[in-house]
Design a protein around this ligand. Sequence first.
Ligand code: GRF
Length: 207
Amino acid sequence: MRKRLALFGSGRGSNGEAIYKAIKGGHIEGEIVLIMSDRPNVDIVDKGRAWQIPVYVIEPTMYAQKEDWSQAMLDVLVTYTVDGVLLAGYMRILPPTFVQAYRENILNIHPSLLPAFTGLEAQKQALVKGVKYTGCTIHFVDEGMDTGPIIAQAVVPVYEDDTVDTLSTRILHEEHRIYPEAVRLFCKDALEIVESRVVIKKEATIR
Ligand code: GRF
């Protein structure tokens, strides 16, 4: 059965677009049934409308309690019988009640080789630290910040003359490659969490 996916974003939406195209190309046994954003005037919202996918803007500032914000989002997801949540440039920490409701079914992308450089400005953190390699990580979301079990990673070199922009562009190229692949495996139920590690079931192979 095709998995019903909710795509969460806060900005540009290039990872969302890479996943959308992989679905359209027949590479992923899933469909994006809704787009959720915490901001109204951002590209991912426009893209969702152009793709004719229902878009929901739920801003946490509209709620006095975190739990109410969480419940408002969960109510939407239940209506669409969502199986999986894809965070793609979603710049909020999800409340624990939300994570618990979709445990092991929320994926995130982060622009570093986790566990290094969690949080904001991961590319800048890598440049400041002077690492020679960095990259990106797809992981399941738990209650921590960028701490959940790792599904896939890609490595990119850091050059001496890199700026945040040039490094981010090199990383983004890899993000667009590995995120659709991780979603493909997720939709095939090929990802298994064993203790804190993700095991890819034998019949599935990373392409
Ligand atoms: C990406 O670099 C992603 O790793 C990070 O935020 C950025 C989102 O870009 N979490 P986009 O909105 O997918 O273009």
